[in-house]
Every structure is written in C-alpha cells, then in structure tokens.
Design a protein around this ligand. Structure first.
Ligand code: ZN
Length: 323
C-alpha cells in the first residue's frame, strides 16, 4: 500500500516537474502554438484555425494544443488588452471581445493562463533575442492593419497603466497638412472615436485612405507600394505624404523615449525601401543625432507573438523550465 502511495505521489511530482509550457499567438486567422524550452528562439509546433464566434469552440481549440501534462500557457493576442481589468478589446475575434480572457481561460483549461499584447510580445522578443538584444531602450512598432508599439527598457517590458504604454497609434495629434506642406488630405476619424490618431494615417488602411483622398482612387496598400516602386507619380505623391506624416509623429516619440533601435513588424515592414524612407525622414527631424538606421525590420517580424509569449512564459513560470 505504501509503495502504491509513494509511486502515486512520485507520478504526481513528476507530472508537475515536467509540465510543458505552451505559448500561443492568436490572430484573426490562426492560433499558432509552441512549447518553448528554457532559452533561444522557439519553433512553431503547429497551428489551428481561430474560432471567431463561439467561445466554447475557442476554448476547445486551445485545449487540443495543450500537452497531456497541461502546463501553464501564455497567449499573445492581437488587440487591446487592459492588464488591470483583464478585459480584452479584440474586434476581429468577437467571441473574445469584452471578456476577462485570462481568468476565464484559467478556469476553463484548469491551468494558469496569462495574456500579453502582440505589440508587447514583439517588443520583448526583439529586446531579448532580436535586433535590440543588449540595448537599453527598444521601442518596437507595428505598421500593419493598424499602428501599434511596445516599449522595453533594460530587458523589461514597460506596461504602464492599463497596459497601454507604447501605443503611439492613438491620440489626436496628427496634422494632415504636415505644417502646410501637404494639401488634399482631410482629418480622418479613428476607430477609437478621435480625429487625428496616427492609426488612421500610418497604417496600411491609412495609406489607402491617403491615396483615395489625394487621387480619388481606391487601391490596396500593396497596389500603391508596387506602383511607387515602378515610379508611378500618383503613388509617389501618396508615399511622400504617408512617410512624412508618419515620420513627424515618430520623431516626437523618439524625442520622448530616446530608443536605441526601433524594430518594425506588420505588413508594411516587409517593404525595405518604404522602411528606409520612413527611417530617413524620421532621423532628419529628431533632436538626437542617429547616424545609423534606427528603424530596422524586426528579426521576429513574423514570429514576434510566439517568441514574446515564450519569453514572458519563461519569466512568469521559471520552475517549469529546466536550466
Ligand atoms: Zn485612435
């Protein structure tokens, strides 16, 4: 009998010791997951489609990605997430909207679950293992369907009140005339309800709206950048306005934060020439002198969510990783 009890406790002990941590990157199309080790970049283990409308299907999808030993999980989520209330604002995944996701998932899955915003995850990944490794201040930005950002100082994420530190895409500061040098671009209403947010100008959708305002033509962001590369004058005027407006906003953030590097992810970061143009215009108007490019495409521009969630998991659940 005592041997049975001993072996049962031994089994429980081993299960606890060898519980595998799971990191998730949840986007509007796929749930990607990985089982990180104690250090180094993580490899994606697999992916499943994201259930958008059913909470129970969403929970079930995550459950299937967990290992048999069901260790804790960290989720990178594309959307605003209030670290204090726990409530998520995830417009593209309606079944998560307005829900305290971390606490609800902890209950449903029976294991601790933590959430990290995708821009914060990308910033952490770049600061610890990417282009910002060893640097003091890393301000990572996302230029994609929206404008996002995350700030890491000395390897630690700066979350700020409500978890919004680094979110430079919102705040009514954009002058669409760029000091009277651009005409034809109106004030755009942002999805947050304000007028003048960079999110409405510096994102891929912003690029399309600027092009439509200047030329009365609807084109996708890819069509606009492709035409610009081909030397088409209307697209060139759009890109000139877009990069000017973006650089003016970014210069103020740089003066505020003094970053050593700005890793970039998001769909627009794949265009090296566009990134170089934003970088050139930005560095020309910052107070500090940056002789080398400041904006660089992130090492983890495609995998920052999974990588950052894994780094967060190592810090949040250190006893789950053998050193
Ligand atoms: Zn806004």
């Amino acid at each position: 009998m005592s041997r049975f009890i001993d072996s049962t406790f031994q089994n429980l002990f081993e299960r606890r010791e060898f519980q595998m941590v799971t990191s998730f990157d949840i986007g509007g199309s796929f749930i990607r997951y990985a089982h990180p080790s104690a250090r180094g970049p993580v490899e994606e283990t697999g992916r499943v489609p994201t259930p958008l409308h059913s909470w129970s299907e969403f929970v079930e999808a995550l459950r299937k990605c967990l290992p048999e030993t069901r260790g804790p999980a960290v989720i990178s989520l594309a959307g605003a997430f209030d670290a204090q209330t726990g409530i998520a604002d995830v417009a593209n995944i309606p079944c998560l909207n307005g829900r305290p996701i971390a606490s609800d998932l902890t209950k449903e899955l029976g294991t601790p679950v933590e959430i990290i915003n995708d821009a914060d995850a990308f910033a952490l990944a770049e600061a610890v293992e990417g282009s910002g490794a060893g640097k003091e201040t890393v301000f990572a930005i996302i230029l994609g369907s929206g404008v996002g950002g995350g700030l890491v100082h000395n390897g630690s994420l700066v979350s700020g009140r409500g978890g919004i530190a680094g979110e430079w895409g919102h705040g009514p500061v954009v002058d669409p005339t760029a000091g009277g040098t651009i005409s034809g671009i109106p004030h755009f209403l942002c999805g947050c309800g304000q007028i003048g947010c960079l999110d409405a100008y510096g994102s891929a959708r912003g690029l399309e709206k600027i092009h439509a305002a200047l030329h009365n033509t609807l084109c996708s962001s890819i069509e606009i950048t492709t035409a610009w590369h081909a030397g088409e004058p209307q697209a060139a005027r759009t890109i000139d306005a877009f990069t000017t407006i973006l650089a003016r906003a970014l210069s103020m953030v740089i003066n505020l934060l003094g970053p050593d590097v700005i890793p970039v992810s998001g769909g627009l970061s794949a265009d090296a020439r566009l990134l170089a143009e934003i970088d050139r215009k930005t560095r020309a108007i910052t107070l500090a002198n940056y002789s080398e490019p400041l904006l660089v495409r992130g090492v983890f521009s495609r995998t920052g969510g999974l990588q950052g969630a894994s780094i967060h998991a190592r810090r949040a659940f250190p006893n789950k990783f053998s050193s």
